[in-house]
Design a protein around this ligand. Structure first.
Ligand code: SF4
Length: 367
């Protein structure tokens, strides 16, 4: 696996928000928790350091929680603990309009961060309140102005479909407002109903109508493509050359190392996750540890690859996994193709628009 791209993900488990739909590990940053966090990260850094000595690191991603609720000084410390000096291609930091400041952005720029991802979710105050987001429109616009004035030229905006797919008009307005800012990248998500349904998502889930959901997706795909954004993955759009490399490496089943509580890793034919609870993580506990055969990795590369517009290059996949018999998948590809869900030849398999809408179901079939 030595030639694979390597990404590092750092989970910053602190956040001052309390969004109704949140299922990420997050907590208020107290002095004691911050001390525990940095001490344990130092331990993780020291464990990984010898293993990474000969390895290049392509991408780094700080997610959360909310990395922007760290102070500028804490960001500098974190940068040292996550091998940022070895990163060759892309370093993304997620920021919240509530906790980011111009000073913090200046520090991030000086540290070498190349990409900022801001959680906007909606420009509609009513939807924001419904989602439990504390930010105001003014905060979003101010944060965006700082991001640009500090010199970041690769910016993603995260948007969330209205909770119960209630209004395409509100959604169109959100997309239009986002595009007036000219971000290089837009990610559009729907609330994750499957994970840890809390009272809010339970309520929202009860309103979901699959046809309505498909209408929103199709509308979004057309709308953003007409505005010059490449639709390169089910939920992701980028101006040419601004695709998120970190996510691409993950979807292509390369390698990644997760630092911080709840962060997941895929390394050397193993997949594991750090404990969710800060104390358990501080005791170096891991969960969901599994060994991965070439068959497993190949299957996942197909599942996640089919979520990308360009699909999967079967020749490359076969070269990477010579012991996997890709011909076994042919009956499945033929069925999908007959149903109009994929295009397929000996070289490449990719979803059609109808197939992308059913990507999760195709994944189940592949499994
Ligand atoms: S800002 Fe993100 S991490 Fe914080 S509560 Fe909201 S969804 Fe969760």
């Amino acid at each position: 696996m030595g030639n694979l791209a390597l990404g590092i993900y750092v989970h910053v488990p602190f956040c001052v928000n309390a969004c109704a739909y949140c299922h990420f590990l997050k907590m208020q940053p107290t002095e004691e928790r911050l001390r525990c966090y940095f001490n344990t990260l130092r331990y993780e850094h020291d464990c990984w350091e010898p293993l990474l000595a000969e390895r290049s690191i392509e991408t780094l991603f700080w997610g959360g929680g909310s990395p922007s609720c760290l102070s500028a000084k804490q960001m500098e410390t974190l940068a040292v603990l996550c091998f940022s000096d070895k990163v060759e291609q892309e370093w993304t930091v997620e920021v919240s309009p509530v906790s980011i400041t111009k000073e913090k952005l200046q520090v991030l720029k000086l540290l070498g961060v190349t990409r900022i991802s801001m959680g906007v979710q909606s420009f509609n105050e009513q939807i924001l309140r419904q989602l439990g987001r504390r930010q105001s429109l003014e905060q979003v616009l101010q944060a965006y102005e700082w991001i640009r004035s500090v010199g970041f030229d690769n910016v993603n905006l995260d948007l969330i479909f209205p909770p119960d797919f209630s209004s395409l008009k509100i959604w169109q307005n959100d997309l239009e407002q986002a595009l007036t800012l000219s971000p290089e990248h837009v990610s559009t998500y729907c609330l994750t109903y499957e994970n840890d349904r809390g009272p809010f998502t339970e309520e929202a889930y009860s309103h979901v109508d699959m046809d309505k959901e498909a209408d929103f997706y199709e509308f979004t795909w057309k709308f953003l493509q007409n505005k010059g954004y490449r639709h390169y993955e089910v939920s992701n759009f980028a101006k040419p050359g601004f695709e998120c490399l970190h996510n691409l490496n993950t979807w292509r089943m390369q390698e990644w190392i997760g630092l911080g509580p709840s962060a997941a890793s895929q390394w050397n034919h193993k997949r594991f996750q750090n404990a969710f609870n800060l104390d358990d993580w501080a005791q170096h506990q891991r969960i969901n540890e599994e060994s991965l055969s070439n068959e497993d990795l190949c299957k996942d590369a197909l599942i996640f690859g089919l979520r990308m517009r360009q699909g999967v290059n079967l020749k490359h996949l076969q070269k990477r996994f010579p012991d996997v018999n890709l011909a076994d998948y042919e009956p499945l590809w033929n069925d999908f193709q007959k149903a109009g869900l994929i295009t397929y030849d000996q070289q490449n398999v990719a979803c059609t628009t109808s197939g992308l809408l059913l990507a999760d179901r195709l994944a189940l079939e592949i499994l």
